[in-house]
Design a protein around this ligand. Sequence first.
Ligand code: M6R
Length: 612
Amino acid sequence: MCGIVGYIGNSPVVETLLESLQALEYRGYDSAGVAVLNGEGVVIRKRPGKLKVLAEILRENPIDGKIGIGHTRWATHGEPTEINAHPHTDCTGSLAVVHNGIIENYAALKEMLSAKHHVFRSETDTEVIVHLIEELAKSYPIAEAFRLALKELHGSYAICLLSKQSPQRLFGARNGSPLIVGIGDQESFFASDVPAVLSHTRRIVYLNDKEVVELSSQGPHLFNLEGKKERLKISTVKWDVAAARKGGFPHFMLKEIHEQPSAIEQTLSGRLDATRGRVVFDRRLKSFLEGLSSRQRLVIIACGTAYHAALVGEYMLEEFARIPVDVDLASEFRYRGAMLDSNTTVLAITQSGETADTLAGIRMAKSQGAKVLSICNVVGSSIARESDAVFYTHAGPEIAVASTKAYTSQVTALALLTLYLASLRKRIDAQKRRSLVEGLAKLPQLVDQVLATEASIKAVSARYASCRNFYFLGRRYNYPTALEGALKLKEICPLIHAEGYAAGEMKHGPISLIRKGWPVVFIATHSPVYEKIISNIEEVRARQGDCLVVASESDTTIKRHADSLMTIPRTHEFFSPILAAIPLQLFAYYVADANGCDIDQPPNLAKSVTVE
Ligand code: M6R
């Protein structure tokens, strides 16, 4: 998704904007640009392609200045060309705008503005914003023209505006797309996300929908869409710059895979009572879960990897807490006329807290009287703020497009919720609960043990790096692991087609493709269906398929069934999706690396999907 930044202060603006945009590269983009205000007026440089192309242009034709805005564009309306790249300017070139989101009524606005002789250059929806402000600025001061223009827009936006008429101020606003303000020492920032400003400040204002900000080097002034001044809430983020950078790893994805022991530890932190062998939550979550426990239904909604975590949650919650659970893709849930009422709890799972479909799903659920809980990583994100209660995973910033630590910490959160609810509903005896709580406490250490096998996983990956089609198969708790393993591989290695299935489904279709050397990745850790999955492995081998098996390290018989092996410590099936995900993440990483793929920013993908 697009990344937007703005800067006002005493540092050279171009370097500051480029550095901030670089920290937002993870969001995915296909063109980039900046607008700077100086003695010549508003000066624009923009180019299709990566930031280094823009940086090169700026080196050849530098611009001085202390105030400016910048953008990385992920195309929605119009191809990724120089003309469509942001910033966009008005007819006179004295206003410049960057935008993330979609203006749904842009066609009507464009028609109205064209009739008033505004000349449009791009195919974007964004360009109407700047012409609309220009039109309104004929009758109103620029701050008011900005606010009145926002009131005309339908759809989602985070916008920054630079104006020649107002050289000491930047303007910003959000509705449905993320925008934060960073407050530094004699300098202020706009950005789509915190990593963009972390090297300058940790003092952050998270904007709410329909809030408007006027930013000077002294800091922000906040207003609502009616122009009424609002109180600023400044938060201090704990992340440091190193946490938001690669920390010596060649890719963010590998760094984040290795951060899983500490991410899981953070998710567990303060939530395990070892003495009494139980899960504990803060007052707010506790009282929400007491309500959930007596409601009749739980519907979990999510997208992508978070959806796979939701599927694991379904197995956990139904088996241990005996709560009926439905799991829905948020993009289907919001349009399928789901039946909800005040007896339903909707649980949204999301790393970013900004995924458009999940956000729309919780809004719809609330409008029908359901209560909403979210499992979320990004503190202060839209979904977190709009939920009735939030379970923060505290996994730290996840920058790579491919989700890794967010996934295992989401499943950890679901395990905690399950044990808490199972206890509340008296569906688990104290001894069983204690043993699972002890298992949870040991998870970070077990994850470390899996990570210690990285060299052998890398060697196994080399064997399969030239394959172009894969199946991933699992059963029960590790059926979602199979889906996740396949998603990881195809997501970061676009040369490969990978499909995940429930192993029992093989005979109902997918097996028709198996032939000599066809790679099939099985998750065959200890579980009540272990024997069944061994049969599925043999069915593939009988057709000369090549079986790569994720198994328990104590399993002495598996070698007879596997062409290649990746192992995890033997554990209760309840925890196996967390441990088994890790070799599959590393496998995807090393196969993609061997194929020279752009691992952190795969083509066509964005970290946070803030449009539907
Ligand atoms: O931020 P969210 O968890 O809501 O994001 C959901 C999906 O877009 C995300 O998990 C996506 O599938 C990842 N790129 C997968 O690695």
